[in-house]
Design a protein around this ligand. Sequence first.
Ligand SMILES: [Zn+2]
Length: 72
Amino acid sequence: MKNAPCNRCSKKFSEKDIYTIQQFQYRQEPNYEWTKEFLNNLEVGEWDSLCEQCMKFYAETSMSAWKKCSKR
Ligand SMILES: [Zn+2]
């Protein structure tokens, strides 16, 4: 049953496919504190439901922002 809407694109998906940014805790870099703050600025909270596509989008967005800022 598809009954959970994604916070970003509003697409409906089944509850077992929900992603949250808490998954980024397992990423080596950027570290989670940095990621969380970055995404909070984009108004994405730790408890927001995201579909797989939007999760990928935020993974890439935060990674490229991290690379830019670590080059400085
Ligand atoms: Zn989505």
